[in-house]
Design a protein around this ligand. Structure first.
Ligand SMILES: Nc1ncnc2c1ncn2[C@@H]1O[C@H](COP(=O)(O)OP(=O)(O)OP(=O)(O)O)[C@@H](O)[C@H]1O
Length: 408
């Protein structure tokens, strides 16, 4: 089920349970309604509900019959308490050379009770009007409510792939658990979901309970990965745009997360649309940026920090991975890539340097075995524990305001 819900604080008297039930019913309607052969849920790029008022952002195929979509959704959603639907529609450009008679835009507001709604405006100018701008501003972090059962959401990001983000995520999550916290992990790395293998649960599939995913118990962590939902072994997922963000939002929203002190999200590498959308839709307490000492990785890390600054997500700090080399023969540790990269970036952007990690074949060997360093408490566990302690020290000042209606 797709769920793009952003709950706005309203004067409504819905309890969180009622909100969740209504949101879930709306998701089902969207999932079950098809445009051509495709569920309209995959065309939703934004969704917000405020009581009986629903705002949908949609990207529809150019041949869509907007008027009948509008009326059908109105009728289907009315039994679920939706009286008004606001729709902002982008129409995909037609195939080159195709005849087109594209609608300009949906009427801004539709009364779902009114089956005699006005015809959709049409335009003959397909080139100019194929992509009418979305007029609604993107959601901001300040407008997102905290998850009812999750105290802190931490995203672990890197501007560049292969810097050890997932290895660091899994070890930090285990370290936070070791410090006495209830911890969940959401593997959002659609390009190479590696959490299940790193936690030794690669072949386990999550169960469904009341149409919600039940996270996999991975050494005490509540883990869910886009990889756990794929049949293939290590095939990178080439999803893009709304489909990817829709699937990831579904993992976040449609999962029966237990009571958690921390949900650690392993983000896809990079600073593109998917990362930006996730950062705008999930109520994040703070971001951890993983980088390596090499200059190019640092430049990419800067892009990451700038993206989080733009979306008003506090950067909890930078982790410099593979900063030191530990010789597997003599255990001597040395900064073979030079020193000071992480410190420089931390200083420049006024963010803490949470820690520096050695490049050590044992760290790789442990995650390859599905038994990360912190789990087996090897000589590298203390580095991750120290980072987790630094995160704990910093995080409370960034905590999201707690909703009065929280159910714990
Ligand atoms: N500190 C380290 N010492 C030695 N090897 C490491 C270290 N950190 C990560 N690795 C290894 O580097 C490789 C890449 O790590 P990882 O998959 O965590 O990176 P990533 O940034 O998540 O990659 P991607 O962006 O492709 O998902 C893995 O083989 C991992 O075992």
């Amino acid at each position: 089920m797709f769920n793009f819900m952003k709950k706005k604080p309203t004067a409504q008297t819905e309890t969180p349970e009622q909100q969740a039930a209504r949101d879930s019913a709306i998701d089902k309607v969207l999932l079950g309604y098809h445009v051509g052969d495709t569920s309209i849920a995959t065309m939703v790029t934004g969704l917000e509900r405020n009581g009986g008022e629903l705002t949908l952002e949609l990207r529809l195929p150019h041949e869509s019959d907007l008027e009948s979509i509008q009326q059908a959704l109105g009728q289907l959603l009315q039994p679920h308490g939706i009286q008004t639907i606001h729709m902002n529609v982008r129409i995909s450009a037609p195939m080159k050379g195709a005849e087109a008679n594209l609608p300009k835009a949906m009427p801004k507001t539709t009364n779902a009770m009114d089956s005699q709604s006005k015809p959709v405006a049409k335009s003959d100018d397909s080139t100019v009007n194929a992509e009418p701008p979305i007029t609604k501003p993107a959601p901001t972090q300040a407008s997102l409510s905290a998850h009812p059962r999750i105290r802190h959401i931490i995203v672990v990001a890197s501007g560049k792939g292969g810097v050890g983000k997932s290895t660091t995520t899994v070890n930090i999550a285990l370290a936070l658990q070791k410090l006495g916290n209830r911890v969940g992990v959401l593997d959002a790395d659609i390009y190479g979901p590696s959490m299940p293998a790193m936690l030794g649960v690669g072949s386990v599939r999550p169960e469904l309970e009341n149409e919600q995913f039940v996270p996999i118990n991975a050494h005490g962590l509540a883990m869910l990965s886009i990889g756990s939902l794929l049949d293939g072994d290590n095939t990178p997922v080439a999803w893009r745009g709304p489909k990817a963000t829709g699937a990831l939002m579904q993992l976040y929203n449609q999962t029966n997360w237990p009571q958690l002190d921390y949900l650690v999200i392993d983000m896809p590498p990079g600073t593109g649309d998917i990362q930006l959308t996730l950062a705008q839709r999930i109520p994040v307490t703070g971001a951890v940026i993983v980088t390596t000492p090499q200059h190019i990785a640092l430049l990419d890390a800067q892009k990451g920090i700038e993206m989080f600054n733009k979306t008003n997500i506090p950067v909890l700090g930078v982790v410099e991975n593979m900063a030191l080399h530990t010789c597997s023969n003599c255990n001597h540790t040395e900064a073979i890539f030079g020193t000071g990269g992480g410190e420089k970036i931390a200083e420049q952007y006024q963010v803490p340097l949470l820690g520096q990690l050695p490049l050590a074949s044992a760290i790789r060997a442990q995650v390859d075995k599905g038994e990360p360093s912190v789990l087996v408490d090897d000589e590298f566990a203390s580095y991750y524990l120290s980072i987790a302690k630094n995160i704990e020290t910093n995080i409370n000042k960034f905590a999201k305001p707690v909703d009065d209606k929280r159910i714990f």
